[in-house]
Design a protein around this ligand. Structure first.
Ligand code: SD4
Length: 344
Protein backbone atom coordinates (compact mmCIF):
# COMPACT_ATOMS: atom_id res chain seq x y z
CA UNK A 1 0.00 0.00 0.00
CA UNK A 2 1.40 3.38 -1.04
CA UNK A 3 1.95 5.63 1.96
CA UNK A 4 -0.39 8.43 0.89
CA UNK A 5 -2.03 10.94 3.25
CA UNK A 6 -5.39 9.21 2.69
CA UNK A 7 -3.99 5.78 3.63
CA UNK A 8 -2.29 7.28 6.64
CA UNK A 9 -5.65 8.58 7.90
CA UNK A 10 -7.49 5.40 6.90
CA UNK A 11 -4.94 3.30 8.79
CA UNK A 12 -6.13 5.01 11.91
CA UNK A 13 -3.19 7.18 12.80
CA UNK A 14 -5.65 9.83 13.93
CA UNK A 15 -8.01 7.37 15.61
CA UNK A 16 -8.64 7.27 19.36
CA UNK A 17 -5.78 4.88 20.19
CA UNK A 18 -3.31 7.15 18.39
CA UNK A 19 -4.59 10.16 20.29
CA UNK A 20 -4.34 8.17 23.50
CA UNK A 21 -0.73 7.29 22.86
CA UNK A 22 0.08 10.97 22.35
CA UNK A 23 -1.86 11.82 25.49
CA UNK A 24 -0.10 9.24 27.61
CA UNK A 25 3.29 10.44 26.32
CA UNK A 26 2.56 13.96 27.51
CA UNK A 27 1.27 12.96 30.97
CA UNK A 28 3.81 12.59 33.74
CA UNK A 29 4.24 8.94 34.66
CA UNK A 30 1.66 7.71 37.11
CA UNK A 31 2.70 6.15 40.42
CA UNK A 32 3.32 2.46 39.95
CA UNK A 33 3.39 -0.30 42.55
CA UNK A 34 5.08 -3.69 42.32
CA UNK A 35 2.73 -6.66 42.39
CA UNK A 36 1.13 -8.02 44.38
CA UNK A 37 -0.65 -4.74 45.03
CA UNK A 38 -3.97 -3.87 46.56
CA UNK A 39 -5.71 -0.50 46.61
CA UNK A 40 -8.80 0.37 48.61
CA UNK A 41 -10.97 3.32 49.49
CA UNK A 42 -10.32 5.55 52.49
CA UNK A 43 -7.71 5.43 55.24
CA UNK A 44 -9.50 2.47 56.75
CA UNK A 45 -8.51 0.55 53.64
CA UNK A 46 -5.06 0.14 55.14
CA UNK A 47 -6.25 -2.56 57.56
CA UNK A 48 -8.24 -4.17 54.76
CA UNK A 49 -5.23 -4.11 52.44
CA UNK A 50 -3.17 -5.94 55.03
CA UNK A 51 -5.58 -8.88 55.00
CA UNK A 52 -5.71 -8.92 51.20
CA UNK A 53 -1.97 -8.50 50.77
CA UNK A 54 -1.11 -11.36 53.12
CA UNK A 55 -3.13 -13.71 50.93
CA UNK A 56 -1.47 -12.50 47.74
CA UNK A 57 2.05 -12.47 49.08
CA UNK A 58 1.74 -16.21 49.71
CA UNK A 59 0.87 -16.66 46.04
CA UNK A 60 -2.87 -16.41 46.66
CA UNK A 61 -5.33 -15.13 44.09
CA UNK A 62 -6.64 -11.59 43.88
CA UNK A 63 -10.23 -12.85 44.03
CA UNK A 64 -9.59 -14.44 47.46
CA UNK A 65 -7.74 -11.34 48.61
CA UNK A 66 -10.57 -8.94 47.75
CA UNK A 67 -13.16 -11.23 49.34
CA UNK A 68 -11.29 -11.70 52.62
CA UNK A 69 -10.28 -8.04 52.71
CA UNK A 70 -13.94 -7.05 52.41
CA UNK A 71 -14.95 -9.61 55.04
CA UNK A 72 -12.47 -8.11 57.50
CA UNK A 73 -14.24 -4.77 57.52
CA UNK A 74 -17.72 -6.30 57.28
CA UNK A 75 -16.85 -8.14 60.51
CA UNK A 76 -15.90 -4.94 62.34
CA UNK A 77 -19.09 -4.35 64.21
CA UNK A 78 -18.18 -0.92 65.54
CA UNK A 79 -17.84 0.28 61.99
CA UNK A 80 -19.77 1.59 59.16
CA UNK A 81 -19.59 -0.87 56.31
CA UNK A 82 -21.36 -4.05 57.41
CA UNK A 83 -24.10 -4.81 59.92
CA UNK A 84 -22.64 -2.22 62.33
CA UNK A 85 -23.48 0.52 59.84
CA UNK A 86 -26.22 3.09 60.01
CA UNK A 87 -29.71 1.78 59.26
CA UNK A 88 -32.24 3.00 56.75
CA UNK A 89 -35.20 5.20 57.69
CA UNK A 90 -37.10 2.19 59.04
CA UNK A 91 -34.22 1.35 61.38
CA UNK A 92 -33.02 -1.65 59.35
CA UNK A 93 -29.43 -2.13 58.16
CA UNK A 94 -29.39 -3.37 54.57
CA UNK A 95 -26.18 -4.29 52.79
CA UNK A 96 -25.02 -4.11 49.17
CA UNK A 97 -21.90 -5.80 47.76
CA UNK A 98 -20.37 -7.16 44.59
CA UNK A 99 -17.30 -9.00 43.41
CA UNK A 100 -15.62 -9.44 40.01
CA UNK A 101 -12.74 -11.69 39.00
CA UNK A 102 -10.14 -11.80 36.26
CA UNK A 103 -12.40 -13.76 33.92
CA UNK A 104 -15.21 -11.19 34.17
CA UNK A 105 -17.20 -13.48 36.44
CA UNK A 106 -19.48 -11.31 38.55
CA UNK A 107 -21.66 -11.71 41.61
CA UNK A 108 -23.75 -9.17 43.41
CA UNK A 109 -26.14 -8.87 46.31
CA UNK A 110 -28.32 -5.93 47.31
CA UNK A 111 -30.82 -4.91 49.97
CA UNK A 112 -29.66 -7.83 52.11
CA UNK A 113 -30.26 -7.75 55.86
CA UNK A 114 -29.00 -9.83 58.80
CA UNK A 115 -26.10 -11.45 56.95
CA UNK A 116 -22.62 -10.42 58.02
CA UNK A 117 -20.60 -11.01 54.85
CA UNK A 118 -22.47 -9.82 51.75
CA UNK A 119 -19.28 -10.00 49.67
CA UNK A 120 -19.08 -13.75 50.27
CA UNK A 121 -22.76 -14.12 49.41
CA UNK A 122 -22.01 -12.25 46.16
CA UNK A 123 -19.15 -14.65 45.45
CA UNK A 124 -21.38 -17.64 46.15
CA UNK A 125 -23.96 -16.28 43.70
CA UNK A 126 -21.18 -15.79 41.15
CA UNK A 127 -19.82 -19.30 41.55
CA UNK A 128 -22.90 -21.44 42.11
CA UNK A 129 -25.89 -19.89 40.37
CA UNK A 130 -26.77 -19.01 36.77
CA UNK A 131 -27.41 -15.43 37.97
CA UNK A 132 -25.40 -12.34 38.75
CA UNK A 133 -27.51 -10.53 41.33
CA UNK A 134 -29.91 -11.49 44.12
CA UNK A 135 -31.72 -8.95 46.28
CA UNK A 136 -33.76 -8.68 49.46
CA UNK A 137 -35.63 -11.73 50.72
CA UNK A 138 -34.38 -13.91 47.86
CA UNK A 139 -30.78 -13.03 48.65
CA UNK A 140 -31.35 -13.68 52.35
CA UNK A 141 -32.95 -17.07 51.65
CA UNK A 142 -30.09 -18.01 49.34
CA UNK A 143 -27.52 -16.98 51.95
CA UNK A 144 -29.13 -18.98 54.76
CA UNK A 145 -29.56 -22.03 52.52
CA UNK A 146 -25.86 -21.78 51.76
CA UNK A 147 -24.76 -21.80 55.37
CA UNK A 148 -24.49 -18.09 56.13
CA UNK A 149 -25.60 -17.42 59.70
CA UNK A 150 -28.65 -15.20 60.17
CA UNK A 151 -27.80 -12.51 62.71
CA UNK A 152 -30.36 -10.94 65.04
CA UNK A 153 -30.79 -7.76 63.03
CA UNK A 154 -30.33 -5.63 66.14
CA UNK A 155 -28.54 -2.34 65.58
CA UNK A 156 -25.06 -1.92 66.99
CA UNK A 157 -24.98 0.36 70.01
CA UNK A 158 -23.44 3.23 68.07
CA UNK A 159 -25.84 2.84 65.13
CA UNK A 160 -28.78 2.83 67.57
CA UNK A 161 -27.59 6.14 69.03
CA UNK A 162 -27.17 7.63 65.56
CA UNK A 163 -30.59 6.43 64.50
CA UNK A 164 -32.24 7.86 67.63
CA UNK A 165 -30.53 11.17 66.92
CA UNK A 166 -31.66 11.04 63.30
CA UNK A 167 -35.28 10.32 64.30
CA UNK A 168 -35.47 13.68 66.08
CA UNK A 169 -35.64 15.44 62.69
CA UNK A 170 -35.93 12.56 60.23
CA UNK A 171 -34.21 14.57 57.50
CA UNK A 172 -32.28 12.81 54.77
CA UNK A 173 -29.19 14.93 54.36
CA UNK A 174 -26.12 12.87 53.48
CA UNK A 175 -23.15 14.69 54.98
CA UNK A 176 -20.76 15.58 52.18
CA UNK A 177 -17.63 13.70 52.69
CA UNK A 178 -17.60 13.51 56.43
CA UNK A 179 -14.12 12.06 56.13
CA UNK A 180 -12.87 15.47 54.98
CA UNK A 181 -14.34 17.07 58.08
CA UNK A 182 -12.48 14.52 60.14
CA UNK A 183 -9.34 15.46 58.19
CA UNK A 184 -6.87 12.79 58.99
CA UNK A 185 -8.84 11.43 61.90
CA UNK A 186 -10.19 8.49 59.96
CA UNK A 187 -9.35 5.57 62.15
CA UNK A 188 -7.46 2.47 61.32
CA UNK A 189 -8.79 -0.09 62.07
CA UNK A 190 -12.03 1.66 61.30
CA UNK A 191 -14.48 2.63 63.99
CA UNK A 192 -16.92 5.39 64.69
CA UNK A 193 -15.83 8.73 66.04
CA UNK A 194 -16.40 9.41 69.72
CA UNK A 195 -19.64 11.24 68.84
CA UNK A 196 -20.83 8.09 67.07
CA UNK A 197 -20.82 9.62 63.61
CA UNK A 198 -19.55 7.84 60.55
CA UNK A 199 -20.95 8.41 57.15
CA UNK A 200 -18.22 6.57 55.44
CA UNK A 201 -19.78 3.28 54.82
CA UNK A 202 -18.20 1.77 51.75
CA UNK A 203 -15.07 -0.25 51.11
CA UNK A 204 -13.99 -0.71 47.50
CA UNK A 205 -10.97 -2.90 46.80
CA UNK A 206 -9.00 -3.70 43.64
CA UNK A 207 -6.08 -6.13 43.72
CA UNK A 208 -3.42 -7.31 41.27
CA UNK A 209 -1.90 -10.62 42.35
CA UNK A 210 1.56 -12.03 41.72
CA UNK A 211 0.17 -14.04 38.76
CA UNK A 212 -0.76 -10.71 37.14
CA UNK A 213 -4.52 -11.14 37.58
CA UNK A 214 -6.92 -8.45 38.74
CA UNK A 215 -10.06 -8.76 40.86
CA UNK A 216 -12.20 -6.38 42.88
CA UNK A 217 -14.94 -6.12 45.47
CA UNK A 218 -17.14 -3.40 46.87
CA UNK A 219 -19.18 -3.63 50.08
CA UNK A 220 -21.38 -1.17 51.94
CA UNK A 221 -24.27 -0.56 54.29
CA UNK A 222 -25.18 2.23 51.87
CA UNK A 223 -26.10 5.80 52.65
CA UNK A 224 -27.30 6.08 56.24
CA UNK A 225 -31.05 6.78 56.61
CA UNK A 226 -31.79 5.95 52.99
CA UNK A 227 -35.31 4.88 51.99
CA UNK A 228 -36.08 1.25 52.76
CA UNK A 229 -35.24 -0.70 49.61
CA UNK A 230 -32.78 1.88 48.25
CA UNK A 231 -29.80 0.35 46.46
CA UNK A 232 -26.70 2.40 45.67
CA UNK A 233 -23.85 1.98 43.23
CA UNK A 234 -21.79 -0.43 45.32
CA UNK A 235 -23.40 -3.70 44.15
CA UNK A 236 -23.76 -2.50 40.56
CA UNK A 237 -21.14 -3.89 38.20
CA UNK A 238 -19.82 -0.84 36.37
CA UNK A 239 -21.14 1.39 39.16
CA UNK A 240 -19.25 0.72 42.38
CA UNK A 241 -16.83 -1.72 40.77
CA UNK A 242 -15.47 -2.80 37.44
CA UNK A 243 -12.52 -4.97 36.50
CA UNK A 244 -11.10 -5.82 33.09
CA UNK A 245 -8.12 -8.11 33.37
CA UNK A 246 -6.56 -6.66 30.21
CA UNK A 247 -6.74 -3.07 31.39
CA UNK A 248 -7.33 -2.52 35.10
CA UNK A 249 -10.00 -2.12 37.72
CA UNK A 250 -11.82 0.74 39.42
CA UNK A 251 -14.03 1.28 42.43
CA UNK A 252 -15.97 4.19 43.83
CA UNK A 253 -17.29 5.73 47.01
CA UNK A 254 -19.69 8.58 47.60
CA UNK A 255 -23.20 9.37 46.42
CA UNK A 256 -24.17 6.18 44.62
CA UNK A 257 -27.00 7.71 42.60
CA UNK A 258 -24.45 9.95 40.87
CA UNK A 259 -22.00 7.12 40.15
CA UNK A 260 -24.75 5.03 38.58
CA UNK A 261 -25.73 7.96 36.32
CA UNK A 262 -22.45 7.66 34.39
CA UNK A 263 -21.70 3.93 34.88
CA UNK A 264 -18.75 5.39 36.76
CA UNK A 265 -16.24 2.59 37.22
CA UNK A 266 -16.89 1.09 33.80
CA UNK A 267 -16.21 4.52 32.39
CA UNK A 268 -12.95 4.80 34.35
CA UNK A 269 -11.73 1.43 33.03
CA UNK A 270 -12.68 2.34 29.46
CA UNK A 271 -10.81 5.64 29.82
CA UNK A 272 -7.75 3.68 30.98
CA UNK A 273 -8.15 1.42 27.95
CA UNK A 274 -7.87 4.53 25.79
CA UNK A 275 -4.48 5.26 27.31
CA UNK A 276 -5.30 7.46 30.28
CA UNK A 277 -3.44 6.97 33.54
CA UNK A 278 -5.58 5.77 36.48
CA UNK A 279 -5.73 9.26 37.99
CA UNK A 280 -6.56 10.90 34.69
CA UNK A 281 -9.27 8.33 33.97
CA UNK A 282 -10.79 9.00 37.41
CA UNK A 283 -10.55 12.76 36.80
CA UNK A 284 -12.30 12.52 33.43
CA UNK A 285 -15.12 10.51 34.99
CA UNK A 286 -15.49 13.12 37.75
CA UNK A 287 -15.49 15.93 35.16
CA UNK A 288 -18.27 14.18 33.31
CA UNK A 289 -20.38 14.17 36.47
CA UNK A 290 -19.63 17.82 37.15
CA UNK A 291 -20.56 18.74 33.57
CA UNK A 292 -24.00 17.15 33.93
CA UNK A 293 -24.90 19.57 36.71
CA UNK A 294 -22.13 21.87 37.93
CA UNK A 295 -24.31 23.42 40.66
CA UNK A 296 -25.51 20.11 42.04
CA UNK A 297 -21.96 18.74 41.92
CA UNK A 298 -21.09 21.18 44.72
CA UNK A 299 -23.47 19.30 47.00
CA UNK A 300 -22.18 15.75 46.91
CA UNK A 301 -19.02 13.69 46.99
CA UNK A 302 -17.94 11.00 44.54
CA UNK A 303 -14.45 9.52 44.51
CA UNK A 304 -13.01 7.05 42.01
CA UNK A 305 -9.97 4.87 42.62
CA UNK A 306 -8.26 2.84 39.90
CA UNK A 307 -5.45 0.31 39.48
CA UNK A 308 -4.04 -0.63 36.09
CA UNK A 309 -2.83 -4.02 34.90
CA UNK A 310 0.71 -2.56 35.17
CA UNK A 311 0.27 -1.71 38.85
CA UNK A 312 -0.23 2.02 38.25
CA UNK A 313 -2.76 3.55 40.58
CA UNK A 314 -4.56 6.84 41.07
CA UNK A 315 -7.75 8.46 42.28
CA UNK A 316 -9.78 11.63 41.88
CA UNK A 317 -12.85 13.01 43.60
CA UNK A 318 -15.30 15.87 43.35
CA UNK A 319 -14.69 17.29 46.83
CA UNK A 320 -11.40 17.21 48.70
CA UNK A 321 -11.05 14.58 51.40
CA UNK A 322 -11.25 11.32 49.47
CA UNK A 323 -8.37 9.20 50.72
CA UNK A 324 -7.22 5.80 49.54
CA UNK A 325 -4.79 3.15 50.69
CA UNK A 326 -2.16 1.34 48.63
CA UNK A 327 -0.17 -1.72 49.73
CA UNK A 328 2.35 -3.24 47.34
CA UNK A 329 5.08 -5.89 47.17
CA UNK A 330 7.07 -4.13 49.88
CA UNK A 331 4.24 -4.97 52.27
CA UNK A 332 4.05 -1.46 53.58
CA UNK A 333 0.83 0.39 53.06
CA UNK A 334 0.39 4.09 52.46
CA UNK A 335 -2.56 6.43 52.56
CA UNK A 336 -2.92 9.07 49.84
CA UNK A 337 -5.27 12.01 49.43
CA UNK A 338 -6.92 12.09 46.02
CA UNK A 339 -6.78 15.31 44.04
CA UNK A 340 -10.22 16.82 43.61
CA UNK A 341 -12.28 18.98 41.26
CA UNK A 342 -13.27 21.47 43.94
CA UNK A 343 -10.33 22.53 46.01
CA UNK A 344 -12.18 23.41 49.21
C1 SD4 B 1 -23.83 4.28 48.33
N1 SD4 B 1 -21.64 4.60 47.45
O1 SD4 B 1 -24.57 3.46 48.89
C2 SD4 B 1 -22.35 4.23 48.63
C3 SD4 B 1 -22.08 5.10 49.82
C4 SD4 B 1 -20.63 5.42 50.12
O2 SD4 B 1 -19.08 6.15 51.71
O3 SD4 B 1 -19.74 5.28 49.33
N2 SD4 B 1 -20.35 5.91 51.32
O4 SD4 B 1 -24.26 5.14 47.58
Amino acid sequence: MAFTRRNFVRAGFFSIPAISILKSCTEKSPPRAAKPVVVSTWDSGLAVNKVAWEIMTKGGKAIDAVEKGANSIEDTINCCVGLGGNPDRDGIVTLDACIMDEKANVGSVAFLSRIKNPTSVARKIMETTPHVMLVGDGAYKFAVENGFVAESGELSESARKEYDKWLEKSEYKPVINIEARQSGKDTNPPSRLSDGSFNHDTMGIVALDSHGDLSGSCTTSGMGFKMHGRVGDSPIIGGGLYVDNEVGGATSSGQGEEVIRICGTHLVVELMRQGNSPENACRLAVERLVKINPEKAKTFQVGFLALSKMGEYGAYSIQPGFSYSVTDASGSGKVFQAASHFKS
